[in-house]
Design a binder for this molecule. Structure first.
Ligand code: 5MM
Length: 342
């Protein structure tokens, strides 16, 4: 794919207030999600669950892309259509998580480095044949009192993100660059803003050094938010202001879209924060979502692994997608939550 085509994929994903469904849980993560509804995680239960998500009627009006896991990209609907083909037919761009998870960073206790660069060029070529148009790599940055993250931990993760993004562009696959500052911990919103700033600065320095074209990528950052265990939680307005301040300082206007992760926020908070940011525009880039838990938690709760609950789960799914799309337009209100709202 040429540069123009990669940019067109990025723009198509976020056009019309659409966002991304992150359904790329690895084996251990989806097992945790299924444990919460007491469902065994097997290849078939995972396939059934992903079919429920991807066949929900109407989501194509709100969802421009879906991130898949390796196993899911190779799976099909019950009547044999590959998930990638199904999504493409519905006008939704299929993508693939290509990192191989965050592992302990040697000699840096408490820090992680994402692995998966070895053999990535060959894997990208195969994923392209299987229908993936974009890829995703997630770096994980933890904050704690003991001078973590270190400069080296940030640099190592930024460097890996840039190497991944360069390989994607070489292969003609749009890279989603995801540096996630975790919201676990006791830190306040100011510390999150300081660390997120350092991380974004390092990421764009490395992307530039690796000759990655900013117009041919999407950025998937965390919002600037207080740690879950911080006694002083910030208001919706404070989160929106701090997040935008940080992004406007470090993210070039050439980037065709910001697609936030939800990071453990409740479904309602993730939508509310996104909406607040979109009432404060215009911004240099579309400000949208690429949520995993904040889109799927209500679906899993409604489904419970039962065939009889598929319709209710799809209804919950459609509603969450619609509310987040409204938030991309700055038209969401908390009063729209609840089963009775159309
Ligand atoms: C769906 O979760 C993704 C995969 O996680 P693992 O590699 O740990 O199995 C995750 O990368 C996700 O795409 C993003 O973090 C966004 O998810 P949330 O739940 O934070 O919105």
């Amino acid at each position: 794919m040429s540069s123009d085509e990669l940019n067109a994929v990025a723009c198509a994903i976020v056009a019309g207030h659409k966002g991304i469904l992150a359904a790329d849980e690895s084996g251990s993560t989806i097992k945790k999600r299924f444990d919460s509804i007491k469902l065994e995680s097997t290849e078939e239960t995972r396939r059934r669950y992903r079919e429920l998500l991807f066949t929900t009627e109407g989501i194509e009006s709100f969802i421009g892309g879906v991130i898949l896991y390796d196993e899911t990209l190779r799976q099909s609907t019950h009547d044999g259509m590959s998930f990638a083909e199904l999504l493409l037919k519905r006008g939704i761009v299929p993508g693939i998580k290509v990192d191989q998870g965050a592992k302990p960073l040697a000699l840096h206790p408490g820090e992680k480095i994402t692995e998966g660069l070895d053999g990535l060029r060959e894997r990208l070529a195969e994923y392209k044949l299987l229908g993936a148009k974009f890829a995703k790599w997630r770096a994980v940055i933890e904050i704690d009192e003991r001078d973590i993250p270190t400069r080296y931990g940030i640099h190592a993760n930024a460097h890996a993100l840039a190497r991944y993004a360069a390989l994607c562009q070489e292969a003609g696959i749009l890279p989603i660059v995801e540096p996630e500052v975790l919201m676990d911990g006791e830190h306040d919103i100011a510390r999150c803003e300081a660390v997120t700033s350092q991380v974004l600065e390092a990421v764009f320095t490395e992307l530039s050094a690796h000759r990655v074209r900013f117009e041919d990528m999407l950025l998937k950052p965390n919002m600037v938010i207080a740690g879950k265990k911080c006694a002083q939680q910030a208001s919706v307005q404070q989160v929106a202001e701090a997040t935008l301040r940080c992004l406007k300082r470090y993210v070039p206007a050439e980037v065709p879209g910001i697609i936030f992760l939800s990071g453990g926020q409740s479904a309602e908070d993730a939508t509310d924060h996104l909406n607040a940011m979109n009432t404060m525009g215009p911004h240099p880039w579309p400000v949208s979502f690429s949520y995993g838990r904040a889109l799927q938690a209500p679906v899993l709760a409604a489904w419970q692994g039962q065939e009889d609950n598929v319709a209710a789960a799809q209804k919950a799914h459609l509603m969450r997608c619609r509310l987040n799309s409204l938030a991309c337009a700055g038209e969401y209100a908390r009063t729209m939550e609840g089963p009775d709202h159309p």
